[in-house]
Design a protein around this ligand. Structure first.
Ligand code: NAX
Length: 331
């Protein structure tokens, strides 16, 4: 059995963490042979609730869980961690736009970037879930200059899973038989869910999704808007934001980053190098493949005029968010 790795989850007393912690501790993320030591960070008023979560983790009697450290101190929480799930933030409530959240949440990620820089392992893999996830990841990276910027990512996997699921339903096939759907840009309503390179396995034969669906209008309109607005639809129905599916997506993201993406493309927000004419130095979601713990942007895709417009639009929003965030950080 390998030596245990330290894994931190922030917002550990919250609803996403409630689903996520079991997945990490049961081996679904780092594999069935990798023991984990969980560091749980939340704010001081939540320590009582967190104690209950710690009790429940103990009561799960999970063989891979070698220890749990609940704390309200970021430097204690991030000490020597190999993986960080930055979930803790103020969640978006019904009727609230993501921009309203920015100034409240960006400060948290500045402070956590500084703490990671000081005490985390230098090869820590950081996944930012808390919104606005892309810009929070960028700020976190900026305040952790001793950790490579490739190690900071934002979650758009939930959007990818939603898109994949929509296409599978449309085609009447199992969800795992759809691959290479792409989420471009921001985890917001400007994101571009793109099925133009997706592949579906139908009756055992792989076929491009656009040909299989044969409805260009659907792929450019209601497919895109359904995925873009799915978070809001869940809030409207549940009166709370997505949690079960968000936790599953966070597990998928980190598992693929540690263990590889195989022959599938996965979408994640990474610091842009300007690929596909996107703005540099914002955290932009691209299709990537992952091998040996390193992600690589899928190259050589054709960008249609429609896609160009969508990429430019979401890129513009990210540039604006970055500027707003940098202004907040100056205060
Ligand atoms: P909850 O309100 O249930 O939990 C958030 C937890 O974070 C609370 O326990 C709170 O005390 C804690 N927290 C607040 N400030 C903190 C700090 N400085 N350090 C540590 N912990 C802190 O929210 P939940 O539903 O779990 O959502 C968490 C975040 O995920 C939100 O920002 C939400 O908007 C975001 N989401 C991101 C998604 C994505 O795809 N990237 C999808 C789901 C979700 O909406």
């Amino acid at each position: 059995m390998a030596a245990p790795i330290k894994v931190v989850v922030t917002g550990a007393a919250g609803q996403i963490a409630y689903s996520l912690l079991y997945q990490i501790a049961s081996g679904a993320v780092f594999g069935p042979d990798q023991p984990v030591y969980l560091h749980l960070l939340d704010i001081a008023p939540m320590m009582g609730v967190l104690e209950g979560v710690v009790m429940e983790l103990a009561d799960c009697a999970l063989p891979l869980l070698t220890g749990v450290l609940p704390t309200a101190n970021p430097e204690e929480a991030f000490k020597d961690v190999a993986a960080a799930f930055l979930v803790g933030a103020m969640p978006r409530r019904e009727g609230m736009e993501r921009k309203d959240l920015l100034s409240a949440n960006v400060r948290i990620f500045k402070e956590q970037g500084q703490a990671l820089d000081k005490v985390a392992k230098k090869d820590v893999k950081v996944l930012v879930v808390g919104n606005p996830a892309n810009t929070n990841a960028l700020i976190c990276s900026k305040y952790a200059p001793s950790i490579p910027k490739e190690n900071f990512t934002a979650m758009t996997r939930l959007d990818q899973n939603r898109a994949q699921s929509q296409l599978a339903v449309k085609l009447g096939i199992p969800v795992q038989d759809v691959k290479n759907v792409i989420i471009w840009g921001n985890h917001s309503s400007t994101q571009f869910p793109d099925a133009s390179n997706a592949i579906a396995k139908i009756n055992g034969v792989e076929k491009p999704v656009p040909a299989a669906i044969n409805d260009d209008e659907y792929l450019k309109t209601s497919f895109v808007t359904t995925v873009q607005k799915r978070g809001a639809a869940v809030i409207a129905a549940r009166k709370m934001s997505s949690a079960l599916s968000a936790a599953k997506a966070a597990s998928d993201h980190m598992r693929d980053w540690f263990l590889g993406s195989g022959d599938r493309w996965v979408s994640m927000g990474v610091v842009s190098d300007g690929s596909y004419g996107t703005p540099r130095d914002v955290v932009f979601s691209f299709p990537v493949t992952i091998k040996n713990g390193k992600w690589k942007i899928v190259e050589g895709l054709t960008i249609s005029d429609f896609a160009r417009q969508m990429l430019d639009n979401t890129g513009k929003e990210l540039v604006e968010e970055k500027q707003d965030a940098l202004d907040v950080c100056k205060d």
